[in-house]
Design a protein around this ligand. Structure first.
Ligand SMILES: Cc1cc2nc3c(=O)[nH]c(=O)nc-3n(C[C@H](O)[C@H](O)[C@H](O)COP(=O)(O)OP(=O)(O)OC[C@H]3O[C@@H](n4cnc5c(N)ncnc54)[C@H](O)[C@@H]3O)c2cc1C
Length: 425
């Protein structure tokens, strides 16, 4: 089939039975090149949309994602503060299917044969591919804290994969008595959203100050410094003085053991803390399917070519988002979305001969610290010889006037709306 003919194929949509939604033309157009995307999060949803939309149907795009909806981790801290509803940070795949012709397999990828170029799903279905995009986000290293495993996370939620876990943490905060202790245990580097645990600390404090002002937050850290530290600590002192205590790793802050029955947390320094609510965020690694596919190295993350996000381990495979080793780029939704556009461009270049430009990436991480106050850090990036390199960067300042902070808060809201539209609309 010629490329021109293939490009005219988009039609109306149909639901084709449980677990599979597709546009009807997809079944007829067997000869189109096939792209399979594993994971419909910030990275995977963007790449699926951009390849399908910009190839105008010339490439068949299959998205493998078990969930019907995607709740963003970004802005989940605002939900914990009571500022946003869970619905307002939950998005559907319907536009990807109906507007762009993406085939959504509501299924789990359980194996990848990178030699035969086939993805196997939990249902037993096999999906052959010309190009595979692996964007499964993170999994946890449950062997790093004694007593903390998936079952324990139902009592002491990590809330680092959004949805049920985030709702659980919010319910526990609501049920907590005034005067209780919230333990927050940020993970060691590298991990998803470097400022995430500290924005969470600020916004849980914001909620507690309004509703349970005698309560305390103990941040039991495995690290000695953290992202936007001066900005967070300045805000904690100005807005929540006396409510938050940060215990760095060098002072024995790392959590080494938990007891979910007794609701205690043991620190490396020997202290045993009785928690009313414990938000334990363990060390992380690339989503397990990336390991299963042999794409991760000893670090637990997946090495990539900085100019395309192509795996350096397997041919015709890309890894993007949190699962990848994007060197100077943090693991963020903004970064995953930016990387996805580079991947989509490279795929269209390789499969259709479309024009390709040198890779450019961007990221900004906004963090809300109080009702009308947010800070940000960001950078633009290019592909270096062996890794992604910073071109220029910026960060909020401690002594900024309130109007600037209020404007940064408004900017964050505008960013959330536009990036989720870019992914899902
Ligand atoms: C508290 C918190 C606050 C944050 N705030 C921000 C912020 O303000 N700004 C920002 O840019 N980022 C923020 N982030 C980070 C951001 O959420 C992640 O970096 C981003 O979601 C990574 O995108 P991803 O596509 O790599 O993974 P994800 O978004 O996690 O998507 C992975 C998807 O893959 C699916 N999946 C996994 N395994 C399989 C499989 N085997 N088969 C099929 N599907 C599979 C999962 O169901 C999931 O939907 C925050 C994170 C947290 C935890």
């Amino acid at each position: 089939m010629s490329r021109l003919t293939r490009r005219g194929l988009l039609g109306t949509t149909a639901v084709l039975g449980v677990g599979l939604v597709a546009a009807p033309h997809v079944l007829r157009a067997q000869t189109r090149p096939k792209v399979v995307v594993i994971g419909g999060g910030a990275g995977g949803a963007t790449v699926a949309k951009y390849v399908a939309r910009d190839s105008k149907g010339a490439i068949e795009v299959a998205l493998v994602e078990p969930k019907e909806t995607y709740t963003t981790c970004f802005y989940s801290n605002l939900y914990l503060a009571g500022w946003r509803s869970l619905e307002s940070i939950t998005h559907r795949y319907v536009n990807l299917v109906e507007k762009y012709g993406v085939i959504h397999y509501r299924d789990m990828a359980v194996d990848v044969d990178t030699g035969k170029k086939v993805v196997r799903l939990a249902s037993g279905r096999e999906l052959p591919y010309d190009k595979l995009v692996v964007a499964p986000g993170i999994d946890f290293r449950f062997d790093t804290i004694e007593g903390y495993d998936e079952a324990a996370s139902m009592d002491m939620p990590h809330a680092y994969q959004a949805g049920e876990q985030t709702a659980l943490l919010r319910t526990q905060l609501e049920a907590m008595e005034d005067g209780g202790t919230v333990v927050i245990a940020p993970p060691p580097n590298p991990y998803r959203c470097p400022p995430g645990p500290y924005e969470r600390t600020s916004l849980i404090a914001n909620y507690l100050k309004k509703t349970k002002p005698k309560s305390k937050i103990l941040v039991c850290d495995s690290k000695d410094k953290f992202s936007k530290q001066a900005l967070f600590q300045d805000a904690w002192q100005r807005y929540y003085d006396g409510m938050i205590e940060w215990i760095p790793g060098e002072l024995g802050g790392r959590v080494v053991k938990v007891d979910t029955k007794a609701m205690t947390v043991t620190l490396e320094g020997g202290d045993v803390i009785k928690a009313s609510v414990a938000n334990i965020i363990p060390a992380q690694k690339a989503g397990w399917i990336a390991h299963r596919a042999g794409l991760a190295n000893d670090s637990g993350w997946c090495p990539i070519d900085p100019d395309s996000m192509a795996s350096t381990v397997a041919q015709d495979v890309y890894v993007l988002g949190d699962a990848s080793i994007a060197s100077k780029m943090p693991k963020s939704g903004f970064a995953a979305n930016s990387q996805a556009k580079v991947v989509a461009m490279d795929i269209r270049h390789q499969l259709l001969g479309d024009k390709r430009f040198p890779a450019r990436y961007r990221n900004t991480c906004w963090s809300s610290v109080a009702d009308n106050d947010a800070v940000k850090v960001g950078a633009s990036y290019k592909a270096g010889e062996t890794q992604i390199e910073v071109v220029d960067k910026f960060i909020s300042q401690v002594d900024e006037p309130p109007e600037v902070r209020a404007q940064t808060r408004a900017e964050a809201d505008a960013w959330y709306d536009s990036i989720t539209q870019d992914m899902f609309a």
